[in-house]
Design a protein around this ligand. Sequence first.
Ligand code: ATP
Ligand code: MG
Length: 172
Amino acid sequence: EYVNVGELFNYILNRFDMIIANDDKPEKYYTIKREITDSQIWVELDTSKFTQVVDNIMNNAIKYSPDGGVITARMIDRKTEVVLSITDQGLGIPKKDLGHIFDRFFRVDKARSRAQGGTGLGLAISKEIIERFGGKIWVDSSEGKGSTFSISLPYEAYDPAEDEWDDGEWDD
Ligand code: ATP
Ligand code: MG
């Protein structure tokens, strides 16, 4: 299905804002800063699969950051592709591990990660999903400073409101 990516991205992030608003004693405090273009970009993807990817990256950003961190969510229109990124101020990922982060069951520092819970599958599944949409996913990280996970999705200019093939009927 064709999805308005900016709208969907904002909607997914709203749910993370609500986690704080609805909880008296959240496990962790964080702030989400948004820098999201208001371009209407329509991409053919599966809403629930895309949500699963953003959920995993957001959950990681929270899980691997100290209390009170700022998470920045960005969306940039590069005309033939849209780039979404999530930046945290967390633990970061050691240089030697950067090449393995998307491998199945890989976790940085087994002991530390075990205490956090999880299986080490989230990013491997995310990569499979994004590549199935014809997109890319990658990470930039600096140990002790934080990480940025980015997703690029190719798109062609499309506006369902102007799609003559939609149903062939006009109400006005
Ligand atoms: P799961 O997602 O299956 O519950 P997980 O979070 O451990 O478990 P992934 O999401 O695949 O698995 O992440 C793999 C590993 O990459 C994590 O265990 C963690 O060591 C590291 N990692 C992922 N995201 C971050 C991040 N934002 N900051 C620091 N380390 C990260
Ligand atoms: Mg995860």
